[in-house]
Design a protein around this ligand. Structure first.
Ligand code: NAD
Length: 498
């Protein structure tokens, strides 16, 4: 069985000690083992990043950007190989894996604008012979901790931008599907990144705690589940670090009575069942305003759920692959059991799905519940599987109250032809990312990504303009060059232009 190493100071490092199995979720086989770093291994990465920082912070932003241009080319040239690596360990379809990679590459493109992004602000003659400017300076050694569900895209939300801003980076990817993440990081080294600027250290809680506790690490970006996001935010900020910690979600789609139902159903199918529901922006609740639209939705969507093409993610032309691990499959099945026990109407049941030839894969079929209420665990909790819940309400106001009362506030959308309803929804809904007839409103790379409420701990969203703010600190410089032979007397009143 192959062993997945760390990448420290430009070299593959085996590390010592513990390891964890990595599975092919489509077959259920363990295909490799990933090293779980101990503190000494993590310290090697921290030392390498710290040593690389003085030269890197002084490397011109245009040179840093040139490396990102080459990185983008390499990512595009290796698209098929990366998609195959993602699919083999995550289970998502190859087309979906290519989609995630392309959205990741958009963040590399944004990072290519480093010289423009880092210009700062300048004011001449703020006082007599005095000029002032604000520099955007790097923070130093920063770290990212990422989830399993986007092993290519989410790390690319973080380190390209952190690095072009002049920081050195330590990435701790998910231990469940680390191969594509490592492969991509090696491409950045091939693109000419100096040793130590990017380090990838695999591991679990021990590795994360080593990053939280290291005084050399000045900032932490986290994406994953809410309990861990909250832990990292509180432990990191307690130690004076900057932290942005993105957590879990329960994303609602509101169907108004005037919605274009055929298009809304297509949108819901992709957003609920794409990637087997393992997306933080997946739609898991359809809130139908009125029984008429709810009945029509059930009638149209049931045959489409039953017709989902499900199989090994690595085959072509499928809609959905397996869940990531046996534990994830069992958890999702447990929620379906609970939904039945708590009185929801199970319209399509994915629990019994067997994929011929892949009998040991971690599959659950597309599942639909109707008449779900807000006290059921299938409604309150993030299931992170191919389960769509229909909640019936009487008005848009009731739909919005339901969404605003939920603990998560990552994404949401409304399907309607009514501009007034859409505008009210955008204004009043307490959710960070909103779609109007767009089911997965994931912001493009030049806007920033982030939820509200317990979907984000911290002030700044991920990537885009907020990413630049997170990975730089401002220094305001005021500079006076007196005109020749002039002499200014001591001034005891607070200086002003008055
Ligand atoms: P997870 O929280 O289990 O793991 C995320 C990272 O934290 C991994 O690198 C993992 O090794 C580490 N980790 C796990 N347990 C830890 C512990 N006790 N202490 C310290 N570190 C620990 O999340 P996951 O299952 O990999 O990913 C799915 C979750 O991520 C879902 O909740 C999903 O909504 C969320 N997610 C959110 C966003 C977003 O942008 N808000 C994006 C993608 C995924």
């Amino acid at each position: 069985m192959s062993h997945i190493p760390h990448l420290i100071n430009g070299e593959r490092v085996a590390g010592n000690g513990r390891s964890a199995p990595v599975y092919n979720p489509s077959t259920g086989d363990s295909t490799s083992a990933v090293g779980l770093a101990d503190r000494a291994t993590m310290q090697l990465a921290i030392d390498a990043a710290k040593a690389a920082f003085p030269a890197w912070r002084n490397t011109p932003p245009a040179k840093r950007a040139q490396i990102m241009f080459r990185f983008k080319q390499l990512l595009e040239q290796n698209e098929n190989e990366i998609a195959a690596l993602i699919s083999a360990e995550h289970g998502k379809t190859l087309e979906d894996a290519v989609g995630e990679l392309k959205r990741g590459i958009e963040n590399v493109e944004f990072a290519c604008a480093a010289p423009e992004i880092l210009k700062g602000e300048y004011s001449r003659n703020v006082g007599p012979n005095i000029d002032a400017w604000t520099d955007l300076q790097p923070i130093g050694v920063v770290a990212g901790i990422t989830p399993f569900n986007f092993p290519a895209m989410v790390p690319l939300w973080m380190y390209p931008l952190a690095i072009v801003c002049g920081n050195c980076f330590i990435l701790k990817p998910s231990e469940r599907d680390p191969s594509s993440t490592l492969f991509i990081a090696e491409l950045l080294n091939q693109a000419g990144l100096p040793k130590g600027v990017l380090n990838v250290v695999n591991g679990d809680k021990d590795a994360v705690d080593a990053l939280i506790e290291a005084p050399e690490v000045k900032a932490l970006s986290f994406v994953g589940s809410t309990p861990i996001a909250e832990y990292i935010y509180s432990e990191g900020t307690k130690r004076g670090k900057r932290v942005q910690a993105l957590g879990g979600a329960k994303n609602h789609a509101v169907l108004m009575p005037d919605a274009d139902l055929d298009n809304a159903v297509s949108a819901l199918m992709g957003a609920a069942y794409g990637s087997c529901g393992e997306r933080c922006m997946a739609i898991s609740v359809a809130v139908c305003v009125g029984d008429q639209i709810a009945d029509a939705l059930v009638e149209k969507i049931v045959p489409q759920i039953q017709a989902l093409k499900i199989g090994a993610g690595t085959s072509c032309g499928l809609d959905m692959g397996p869940l990531v691990t046996a534990a994830a499959r069992d958890k999702v099945k447990g929620y379906i059991d609970a939904g039945v026990a708590q009185g929801a109407k199970l319209v399509v049941d994915g629990r019994g799905l067997v994929v011929p030839g892949n009998e040991n894969g971690f599959f659950v079929g597309g599942t639909l519940f109707d008449r779900v209420t807000s006290d059921m665990t299938i409604y309150t909790d993030e299931i992170f599987g191919p389960v769509l819940c229909i909640v019936r309400v009487g008005s848009l106001e009731e739909a919005m109250q339901l969404i605003n009362d939920h603990e998560y506030g990552n994404g949401t959308c409304i399907f309607t032809r009514d501009g007034e309803a859409a505008r009210l929804f955008c204004d009043e809904i307490e959710v960070g990312m909103v779609g109007v007839n767009v089911p997965l409103p994931v912001p493009v790379s030049y806007h920033s990504f982030g939820g509200w409420k317990r979907s984000l701990f911290g002030d700044l969203h991920a990537y885009g303009p907020d990413g630049v703010r997170f990975y730089t600190r401002k220094k305001a410089i005021t500079q006076r060059w007196p005109a020749r032979k002039s002499h200014e007397a001591a001034q005891f009143a607070f200086p002003s232009n008055g």
